[in-house]
Write a protein that binds this ligand. Sequence first.
Ligand code: NAD
Length: 249
Amino acid sequence: MLLNDRVCIITGAASARGIGKATARLFASHGARVAVLDLDAGQAEAAARDIGPGHIGLACNVTDRAACSTAAEEIIGRLGRIDVLVNNAGITQPLKIMEIGPENYDAVTDVNLRGTLYMSQAVIPAMRGQGSGAIVCMSSVSAQRGGGIFGGPHYSAAKGGVLGLAKAMARELGPDGVRVNSVTPGLIKTDITGGKLTPELKVEIAKGIPLGRLGVADDVANACLFLASDLSTYITGAVIDVNGGMLIH
Ligand code: NAD
């Protein structure tokens, strides 16, 4: 049990086959009390029920600063504290550079980057007050290799921004006992690609991965568990690649 009685918030955790839900389930199995946040209250509540008793599901659009604060306050009111935040909510779009319109740029940077900022700001006062906390930010191999798999350049930019934001938070919050780290998944089999990755393309992509397969949500959840738990107490500002060797640097 690596997270006994820790209160853990995971954003974007209602998606049935998503990284967030897999992380929520894994954290719960390690004794955590989990707050599942997602756009739809009913789906967030259903996901929380699905991982077991004692967890909560709340509607929270991470692009809305007030909604992030309200969610954090409700979680403190109901579960008493906040030990871990996984900034997992994200969207992507398979666009080429000249296809990116203002609305595409806004949507992708808002959820991935602004959402990471707002949700972190919502939990930092509680973590500072406790003198402890762990924040895990979901970036992507797209940030490191300049996309080229599914997400467009705006997605690479947003996820690159997440890495910078996480490192800066790690530097600023270290003296308060709060650790901030990032995970950079490769291609993980979830619903984020909206069925647009054909089986043929998946086979082609797997050929370029030394471990010979696409990732699964649990591969990423395991890295989040490490970064959320006391196994990583001397690790902050780090970036953990979970990509099967797709990018080795
Ligand atoms: P997913 O689509 O299964 O889950 C994303 C979740 O985020 C959904 O439940 C969605 O409702 C939620 N969400 C979207 N906008 C939101 C908002 N404004 N506020 C709150 N929640 C919101 O996708 P996934 O593949 O599990 O992705 C999880 C994270 O991992 C994302 O940040 C994604 O960019 C990142 N990632 C995924 C892959 C991959 O190959 N699947 C690779 C690298 C990084």
